[in-house]
Design a protein around this ligand. Sequence first.
Ligand code: FAD
Length: 798
Amino acid sequence: MAAANLELFPPCLVLQDEHDNSHQHEHFRGGLTAGSYKFLRLFNLQSTKLFTCFLGIFVSYLIFGIVQESIVKGTYGKNDKFTFILSLVFFLCVFNAIVSKIILIFSKSHRDSTPSKMYAFSSFTYLFAMLSSNYALEFVSYPMQVLGKSVKPVPVMLLGVLVAKKRYPLEKYFYVLLIVLGVVLFMYKEPKETTKIVQAGEIFGIGEFLLFVSLVFDGLTGGIQDKIRDKHKVQAYHMMFAMNTWSCLWASIGIIATGEFYSLIEFLKTYPYVISNIFLLGITGAVGQNFIFLTIECFGPLTCSIFTTTRKFFTILCSILIFGNPITFRQMCGTVLVFLGLFLEQLQNETDGESTLHCKKKRVLNRQEMNSVFHIIVRRLSTQQNHYKLVIIGAGCGGLACAAKLAKKLPKDSIAIIDKNDTHIYQPGWTLVGAGLKTAEELEKPQSQFIPQNTTWIQSYANKIEPEKNLVQLDDGSKISYDYLIVAAGIEMNFNKIKGAVDALDNDPQHVISIYTRKYVRNVFNTLNNFRGGQAIFTFPMMPIKCPGAPQKIMYLAEDLFRRNNVRDKTTVIYNTSLPVIFGVKKYAAALMEIIKERNIQLNTRLNLVEVRAKSKEAIFENLDQPGTMKTFKYDILHIGAPMQPFEFLAKSPLADATGFVDVVKETLQHKKFPNVFGIGDCTNIPTSKTAAAIAGSNSILVRNLSNLMFGTNNPVRKYDGYTSCPLVTGYNKCILAEFDFDGNPLETLPINQGKERRLSYILKKDVMPTMYWKMLITGNWNGPAVFRKLFHLGGTK
Ligand SMILES: Cc1cc2nc3c(=O)[nH]c(=O)nc-3n(C[C@H](O)[C@H](O)[C@H](O)COP(=O)(O)OP(=O)(O)OC[C@H]3O[C@@H](n4cnc5c(N)ncnc54)[C@H](O)[C@@H]3O)c2cc1C
């Protein structure tokens, strides 16, 4: 392959060069059409898929190069040469345009709204880049040309620093320095024996200048294509088609204007076998381009860049070993340095997710990651999954609060949020729905409204976590990998833990109800409001449950309703709880004991509902102090506090503690064994009440700790004190606003005694908190009331 040029005509004008910066490739993710997906389904095994993609790129571009060499460098007849470079470019563009058009037809994709002038301009700059790089070949060797075209990060950084005043992480300067050093080593010419002086022109001659011009035009093309993608959300094949069609036009004008066309016809008449070579060239180019798209789609831009860079390295090796292209040991060292720099640079692009380009952070790669660059390559190539810098499992209250905050810190598409649920529910409002104060519909909004814009929402459930491999498996069997993980999957309600409960809830909603779950909460108010007296039993299940105040809140509201409906004197209200006390915090427990005494509510502790006999309207409770001893209660209304449990996929994962909850350090929310994993909300084993309020009090702490880890910063972090809140609604216009920490110490925000029933607390619960939830908490703008607490108490509180 002496002086052969595999890069002579990069086969697709969409990517200005097969090896491009990963951020350019990134834009093609998700841009693949239905047709490509059908094609993808042919590959079932991930490993086969990866190998196929690698082989596809490697083989097609190798053949492309060999054929290209035989066309361009071969000798025809006695001494004829193929000099019709513009015409060859024209044919390649025709091939690419046809292939992309066929794919567009089969994929039935949307129309491309990009104005033609944008394509016209970028295809023109692209042609110019190609011509200058090809013309450069007349002055430099083939390995030099490949190397020269590979050093794109150098002008990108130069322009970034000098023109756009960008700042990059230190490591990136180092990698670019490696590339520059490598190029200098490669280009350095030994002084001639006679003069011992090297002229500047001998190092940087016309060939090198043309390569530089080609890079600048590549950059211009890339810039315009970025704009097109950002503004018009254009799909890869649309761009491929338009760019190639326009390039055909420009090239054909050139061919006719220079008279090359007529000479080519004469040439082909004399040497007709060249036509089949041109066909082969076009086909391998188009096939190679499709494998590039597939690799980006299946394995991400990093894997693709690694493939193409490796391919280029081997191309140079082939050129040296097989085709005898002369290269010195120094030049070989230079080549290795360039490719090492390129690899590291690509890895960093992947790890910091383009942040350098957007200049959002000063330092992006932490030490731990830097030490494991090799690990990243291995992981990426072995997992072969979609990769995200941050994966969040669960788009409930905790997941969204963190996602919204982190989406402001991380570049576009670095965060994936996994959750199948397409409706977001304000669960704390279910108590109010049960009391007829709100409708269930009022509490529900489309999830899509709250998923932060620059994140990826994966509408699936996670069903397995492999934290040792940084992998999450989805319910369709596919896997995604992450650098950091936040688990915020909530807690599972399971009425099946109580024999007969589901049957009674489903079939006897006039007597058996529950405010827990979207389905059952709709029956509660009707049943309570239509009640005409008898025995009303409210149960509290075994811990842990979310919002432990809820089972008694609905009881107080029901009791108030019975009074308002004049059936209270015909009703016995009973509260059977598995706990030894009415509430876990002494101050509020004392206040609640007063209320139940005053309102004649029977309290039975250490009783756990184990069975519902709908036919005989009997509820069977186990006495927890005498296990195995049952107590039967007749009921006319039975409100069931839902038993809960950790989700099985979490309980079975290495992230769980013995109880099945995510095992995190309670003050930092960082996992105890896997430092790149954090947990928030109901799914964790944090020893505080599982509430949205606890998430408000802890989300900023998680985000700060995770950010410190991600960006290698050392910003001060407040330790989570366990702040949680339980607005204990005790009637239609009163509420005790409990707020407390890990140790059950009150942490009241208002400068009044919140342990007293107050209308203000009721208004806060009914009218203010829902708005705060929707507008502030899940949008990442609410860090709990600590600041106000300090303000109201003039700093005299925690
Ligand atoms: C009746 C009731 C009353 C309440 N009252 C109050 C109150 O007054 N004050 C208060 O602060 N809190 C209250 N809460 C508690 C509060 O709603 C929860 O603590 C809070 O919603 C927990 O948020 P989370 O993000 O941990 O879980 P959730 O908000 O439940 O979100 C979990 C998300 O994870 C998703 N998910 C589950 N499994 C998977 C999986 N395998 N893969 C991917 N995603 C998954 C779910 O679809 C869900 O969207 C109440 C709750 C109830 C039920």
